[in-house]
Design a protein. Structure first.
Length: 394
């Protein structure tokens, strides 16, 4: 990755009679918020700004691709691209803000050759390129080879555990070290240069540095929070039945899935079926007397009542022959929930379909009960018993 690194030597000093046009740090920051890289271009850093914008755009495209790929490859691509977007966005507005001040102070050529922001960004996005940029090749090779292999091995063992986020500490530490080295190199270079008279360039920017710095702190914390939520949300598409057990010989019959902490009992004359990966378990004794337990990822900021209302609207819009006849609070095994009841007519026969919803953490569980009106008297007691014997670990 390149961020416009073809810079002057660190010992190069700008000609004494050349005074660059003054730049507004606040304007450079605001422009970069709208178009990453544009603020750097405004400050005359065309290569750096164009490279930042190009890699930012590529990362956005990769996010779109990641969403369209359903397997683990898409999730990995999505995660990498999201990190790149946030890091490049932060680099864009921070670099634009500070390079404007450096231009006004006349130290821009000096900083260009050992830019702490470039070194930090490169170490965040790559395994060691920031060290190579600073001339620390030994550290660069160690980080690239040893740490890269270690992170791949650790990430493979952790899988999708939320503890995977702890791996982000490693590039962050490397980034801070690169920042320290760059600042040290700049201080040493400035100490070797002869002092030059200060030329008045107008008042310093009135745009406080706390604004870009604060935003730079909030954005990665928000990303970490989103990733943590994403890792904590149970995955139901497809349902993981690798730790599920169905006992068809016991009385009552039993289904247990340790992955989701779900268990269900069914009467001895009912069948249990977990062959369909779209739901946890299906049980019933005929097509006109059936229960299906479904799991879905829940949106954290939405209440169960909002879930029920949204679901009801969708059902009525998509199924013109459905009529809502009841909505009531109920319990799904050990969890409080809400149930919506519909009646539909198929070939002159009424069919009752109920959707009982309950939430546990970031998971939404839905028990779908279907019974023909002609079988309702016989089906109702067993269906109620099954519903009461569902257990979902809190």
């Amino acid at each position: 990755m390149s961020l416009g690194l073809d810079q002057p030597s660190i010992t190069q000093q700008p000609p004494a009679d050349v005074h660059p046009t003054r730049k507004s740090a606040g304007l450079a920051f605001l422009i970069s918020l709208l178009i990453p890289g544009a603020g750097q271009m405004y400050c005359g850093k065309m290569a750096r700004g164009g490279t930042t914008l190009a890699f930012f755009a590529i990362s956005v495209v990769l996010i779109v691709v990641g969403f369209s790929v359903p397997d683990s490859t898409g999730e990995e691509l999505l995660g990498i691209a999201m990190i790149a977007v946030v890091v490049l966005y932060i680099f864009s507005f921070l670099d634009a803000y500070y390079v404007a001040g450096e231009i006004n102070a006349g130290i821009d050529p000096l900083v260009d050759s050992s830019n702490p922001r470039i070194a930090t960004t490169l170490n965040l996005l790559t395994n060691g390129f920031g060290y190579w940029y600073l001339g620390e090749r030994n550290k660069g090779w160690i980080l690239f080879i040893v740490l890269g292999a270690a992170m791949r091995g650790i990430s493979h063992e952790m899988g999708k555990s939320p503890w995977f986020l702890l791996l982000l500490i490693i590039p962050c530490v490397a980034a801070l070290d690169a920042y320290r080295i760059a600042r040290k190199q700049l201080a040493e270079a400035r100490a070797t240069l002869p002092e030059t008279p200060t030329v008045p360039t107008g008042p310093e920017t009135r745009f406080p540095a706390a604004i870009p710095i604060g935003l730079a702190c909030v954005l990665p914390l928000s990303l970490v929070g989103l990733v943590a939520v994403g890792l904590a949300v149970p995955k139901f598409d497809p349902v993981d039945q690798s730790h599920a057990v169905v006992d068809q010989q016991s009385s009552p019959k039993r289904y247990t899935n340790l992955t989701y902490g779900v268990s269900l009992l069914a009467p001895a004359d009912w069948n249990l079926d977990m062959s369909n990966k779209q739901y946890l378990i299906s049980t019933g004794k005929s097509a006109g007397c059936q229960l299906i337990l479904i799991g879905q990822a829940a949106i954290p900021v939405r209440t169960l009542t909002a879930d029920v209302d949204r679901f009801t609207r969708d059902m009525l819009q998509k199924n013109q022959n459905f009529r809502k006849v009841a909505e009531r609070p109920d319990t799904l095994g050990n969890l409080p929930g809400e149930e919506v009841e519909f009646v539909a007519t198929f070939h002159g026969n009424d069919v009752v379909q109920r959707y009982l919803m309950a939430r546990k953490g970031l998971a939404l569980y839905v028990l779908v009960t279907t019974m023909a009106s002609s079988l309702q008297k016989d089906c109702e007691p067993d269906a109620t018993w099954v519903r009461e014997n569902i257990h979902i670990q809190r």
